[in-house]
Design a protein around this ligand. Sequence first.
Ligand code: MRU
Length: 361
Amino acid sequence: MNVDGQHYQSIWYDELSDCVRCIDQTKLPHEFVILELNSLDSTCHAILSMQVRGAPLIGITAAYGLYLALKSDPASYLDARDALLKTRPTAVNLKWALERMDANCQGVDSKRLAGVALATARELEQQDRQVCESIGDHGALLLRSLWESKGSPEPLNVLTHCNAGWLATVDWGTALAVIYKANDLGVPLHVWVDETRPRNQGASLTCWELGKHGIDHTLVVDNVGGHLMQHGKVDVCVVGSDRCTKTGDVCNKIGTYLKALAAFDNDIPFYAALPISSIDFLMRDGIAEIPIEVRSADEVTHLSGLSDKGLVETIRLTPANVNVHNVGFDVTPARLITGIITERGMCAANEAELAGLESEA
Ligand code: MRU
């Protein structure tokens, strides 16, 4: 997508210097910084510290991390794979991407191994772009028909949670791809952006993306969605996902479930936009089985932002040493989901319809 007139992906391979470059998302929206990844350690650090984040992007970054490890030591495959797999537990795309690397790298001799790993990572990167663009194309038709059925020239009001935009994938995004493509179709849109505590991906990343793309949007704190829905101010919710079970339970950033409950209570359609690589066909019960990331207390007790002096500063919000429980994700049961938008189109959130996508995975 474009940043001030220049096209960027969130990650790319730089042939000239044989390294991987990505946008440092911990610096947005205040600074636009390009990071260089040139080792396994720098890649693991980028994923752990959320310089790169978002389920599809975590997978592509891990694929490149494996290449960087093999480039310096072709015998390090298993250790490097293990280190990458441990970085973040919830997004299944990490495992998916490493399994794609396994499939292509198995049996390759050590001289060719790094080259095959690089070619595979680049292929996964390209595929991710195409897949997300297709998700956008399918979802845009849905938004257009929802807008047409409103029967008024007023914009369609879409609520989204966290950041499922191009920053969370290689390009386009998932939930936001739907919005970008609907905008391209000429659908008038207004987006309610949940701030998404504690890391504020909505406030910092989604607002930045939508602003750069010229999409009308309003930031709200996480508890506002239910009120907006009760007052007819939300026409549809569209979110991304970190892992969806074979039965259609959708795991996404913490707080998504409460939005789905409020949408259900107010008869508002609630869609998850996700690539097939986010479906875990080994899991049936999302609440019982999906591993939920528990993160540092600092993310809840402290806030970072730009001070009046133009410096990025961190302040503490809470009494010192308060007990904190900081879980990163929750699971929205399939019964609350109106539909799932993948690169193959729309399907219901149930086992029978999702089974049709398993061969693609
Ligand atoms: O913790 P994050 O920022 O990696 O969480 C990201 C999300 O929850 C996104 O909604 C999800 O990965 C879908 S991204 C297309």
